[in-house]
Design a binder for this molecule. Structure first.
Ligand code: ZN
Length: 284
C-alpha cells in the first residue's frame, strides 16, 4: 500500500475542474467504464443507473459521468460491463445536474469497442488518475460549487466495513416505483416488475493519505453490492452479511491488495461522497 508511482509524461492535471461545453449539442466520445452504481428507482424506466469512467478522447480526457442509463431497456448488444470501452454520443447536463463531469448519454448510440480483462491491462489507464487525499476533495466541495465530483482515492488503511439492514425505499422512491409498475407497456402483456431494495447497505471506514485525515465513512453505492445480494438471496441474514464482508472487505481490502475507491458526490448534496466502486489490483 502507498507505494509511489511515477506519473507519466502525459499525466492529467487533477487540480483542474473539467470544462463542460455550454448548449445541448451531442458530442461523440470514447469512454472506459470504471463505475456502475447501484440501480435507483425511476418512474419512467423502473430503474436507472449512474455510470462513470474515463474519457479517452485525446482532446478531452478525464472523468465523466453518464446518467441516466436504463440497463433493463438497453438492447442486449449495448449492455456493457465495467472496464468495457464504449463509443457513444452524449449531451452535456446542465439544469438537472450541473456537476462538471455529468453528461446525458444518447442510449441508441452506444457501441462497445473492447474490454480490459485484467488489472494489468487496466492499470495504464487508471494509474494517472489515482489520488491520495479524500480530505482535499471534501475541502474543495466545501469551497466551491463547481468542484470535481468524481475521483479515485487510494486508501491508506481500510479500517472496516459496516453492514446494516436496508431501511427500504423512501416514500419518494416508492412513489416512483409504483408509478412505473402501474403503467402497462404498449402492446405488452407482461406486468412490469418493481425494483426491490437490497437487504443490506454497507459503508467503508478508511483513512486517506491526506495530512490530518480523521477518517472517512462512506456508503457503498456499487452495483456489485446489489448483484451479490441477488446472487445469494436464498441465504439467511447472518450468512449474507458474511458473504458481503468476505467480498467487500477481506477480498477487496486485503493486505495483498492495493485498495483504491472510486468516489462520487450527489448532485443535490455535493459534500456527500459515496464509494461507487473499488479498484483493487494485487499490491506490488
Ligand atoms: Zn482523509
Amino acid at each position: 500500500m502507498g507505494q509511489e508511482r511515477t506519473p507519466s509524461l502525459f499525466a492529467p492535471d487533477l487540480s483542474m475542474t473539467p470544462e463542460k461545453p455550454v448548449g445541448d449539442r451531442p458530442e461523440r466520445m470514447k469512454v472506459l467504464i470504471t463505475v456502475k452504481a447501484a440501480p435507483q428507482p425511476s418512474s419512467t424506466y423502473g430503474e436507472t443507473v449512474c455510470v462513470a469512467g474515463l474519457r479517452l478522447d485525446l482532446a478531452s480526457q478525464g472523468w465523466i459521468r453518464l446518467y441516466p442509463i436504463n440497463f433493463r431497456e438497453l438492447e442486449s448488444n449495448g449492455r456493457f460491463r465495467k472496464y468495457e470501452v464504449i463509443n457513444l454520443e452524449a449531451r452535456p447536463s446542465h439544469s438537472h445536474d450541473s456537476r462538471p463531469e455529468s453528461w446525458r448519454p444518447v442510449i441508441p448510440s452506444i457501441v462497445k469497442s473492447g474490454y480490459l480483462k485484467d488489472w494489468k491491462t487496466r492499470d495504464p489507464y487508471i494509474a494517472d488518475y489515482i489520488e491520495e487525499s479524500m480530505c482535499r476533495m471534501f475541502a474543495e466541495a466545501k469551497r466551491t460549487k463547481n468542484s470535481r465530483s468524481l475521483a479515485a482515492i487510494r486508501a491508506k488503511v481500510v479500517k472496516g466495513i459496516d453492514i446494516e439492514p436496508h431501511p427500504g425505499w423512501t416514500p419518494q422512491e416508492q412513489r416512483k416505483i409504483d408509478q412505473y409498475v402501474s403503467q402497462q407497456e404498449l402492446g405488452s402483456t407482461v406486468p412490469r416488475s418493481a425494483l426491490e431494495a437490497p437487504r443490506f447497505k454497507a459503508w467503508y471506514k478508511y483513512d486517506c493519505w491526506g495530512g490530518k485525515c480523521a477518517g472517512h465513512r462512506q456508503g457503498i453505492l456499487d452495483w456489485e453490492l446489489v448483484a451479490l445480494q441477488r446472487r445469494f438471496s436464498e441465504l439467511g441474514d447472518d450468512h449474507l452479511k458474511e458473504v458481503i464482508y468476505h467480498n467487500f472487505f477481506q477480498r477487496m481490502c486485503g493486505a495483498e491488495r492495493e485498495t483504491i475507491f472510486y468516489v462520487g458526490n450527489q448532485a443535490k448534496r455535493q459534500q456527500t461522497f459515496s464509494v461507487l466502486g473499488t479498484y483493487y489490483p494485487k499490491a506490488m
